[in-house]
Write a protein of this length. Structure first.
Length: 401
């Protein structure tokens, strides 16, 4: 009798237990965020890769081959045109907030990011970015801050999350604003994280530690001001794709996981209206998406990949000019000229404007725009992301609510 009761209880409890096998959410969740990546950024990159194949169009990035396509509104609570902090919060927490807020509402009440909810449900958590780990997008998934630029205060909130893997180019504001506080990486180590700079250090400790922070090796002693646009364009010691492979390997396949992976420099180069670096940043982000897609192919029934953006940056268009003779975009010529003039274009906005004009690439702003952003998805529950959605719906759809 006791045995029978135990079995019955186990079935009832098992039925109630919120594990990934009996809910509508996927066991393995990839949320890929191209910071500032609008529809046109994709069009331009596909035009470029088509030209490499000797065509005017038709070549596709991995993300645009996904079966479900939607478009997502991005406005925040008090502005038509949002920022990465408010938009990241809307995505992570499922609620609109005011400009610049991270993980809190307009009255500074903490909101619950989906990463915390999933951790509670037994998921391992990985947050990854190609820019510093305390920039607005990753921060929206672990921190609560009035000001997105309080880098040191944001980084100090990582330990309370207990998230297993946090990776990025480095840490912004290593020493805090008054400069005499404990260096951020030392603080994180004191609080139980292994902080690794570069792949070699990561390999040494990855098998034995429970929580890890991964940064590019050259970022060890750098201050935020030393991150430059050239850094974003130039190859770093680990690409975003490589770091995503490391995150997947670290989290393992035994327990469910959630990975947020951000192509962060897309926004940086778009702010500066740099056409060729923009294309390269989209390609690098797509290479990371291809890593997630390889994982999906091994576990198609249990995996979801959602690719979107927090907002659009730059108002870029494939075409600029006022006559029919401006309708051919000669990528070979543009790339050749970029090699000659990139040094000048990085420093001089006028020279860069001239470059873009001759390339027939239009940019309307050095800031964000209020346009909708694309959503590409594949896998378990991916159909929910097709059609018109709002950024506050992403959390609930991923959580299977
Ligand atoms: Zn931006």
């Amino acid at each position: 009798m006791i045995v029978v009761l135990t079995v019955v209880m186990a079935v009832i409890l098992g039925g109630c237990h919120n594990d990934s096998s009996n809910t509508t959410k996927a066991k393995y969740i990839f949320l890929m965020i191209g910071d500032g990546m609008g529809h046109s950024h994709i069009d331009i990159t596909e035009s470029y890769i088509s030209s490499k194949a000797g065509k005017l169009g038709g070549e596709q990035l991995t993300m645009t081959k996904f079966p479900f396509y939607g478009t997502c509104s991005t406005y925040c609570e008090d502005q038509t045109i949002t920022c990465s902090a408010a938009a990241g919060t809307a995505i992570a927490c499922g609620q609109k907030t005011c400009y610049s807020r991270i993980g809190c509402d307009k009255n500074y009440n903490r909101l619950e990011s989906m990463a915390y909810k999933l951790k509670e449900d037994g998921y391992k958590i990985g947050l990854l970015s190609s820019v510093p780990i305390n920039q607005a997008t990753p921060a929206a998934f672990y921190a609560c801050a009035k000001n997105r630029y309080d880098g040191y205060e944001i980084i100090r909130q990582i330990p309370q999350s207990g998230f297993e893997f946090i990776g990025g180019s480095g840490i912004e504001e290593m020493y805090g604003k008054d400069g005499d506080q404990l260096k951020a990486d030392k603080y994180l180590e004191q609080m139980g994280y292994e902080v690794c700079f570069g792949e070699d250090e990561f390999r040494e400790v990855a098998d034995t530690c429970e929580r890890i922070i991964l940064c590019q090796s050259k970022s060890r002693d750098r201050e935020p001001s030393s991150y430059t646009l050239e850094d974003a364009e130039e190859a770093t010691d680990m690409s975003l794709a490589t770091m995503l492979k490391m995150a997947i390997g670290y989290l393992g396949e035994d327990s469910p996981f959630f990975i947020m992976c951000e192509g962060g420099e897309i926004d940086w180069v778009a702010h500066a209206n740099l056409t060729m670096p923009l294309i390269k940043s989209i390609i690098k982000f797509d290479e990371a998406i291809a890593v997630a897609y390889e994982f999906y192919k091994k576990h198609p029934e249990e995996t979801i990949i959602v690719v979107t953006a927090d907002h659009e940056t730059g108002g870029i268009t494939l075409g600029q000019g006022d006559s029919w003779s401006d309708t051919y975009i000669d990528w070979e010529k543009i790339e050749e000229r970029w090699k000659q003039e990139k040094g000048k274009c990085y420093k001089d906005a006028t020279a860069n404007r001239e470059f873009n004009k001759d390339a027939h690439i239009g940019w309307t702003t050095s800031y964000h725009t209020g346009g909708t952003v694309p959503v590409y998805s594949i896998g378990k529950g991916a159909e929910k992301f097709s059609g018109r959605i709002d950024n506050t719906e992403i959390r609930g759809k991923l959580l299977g609510e």
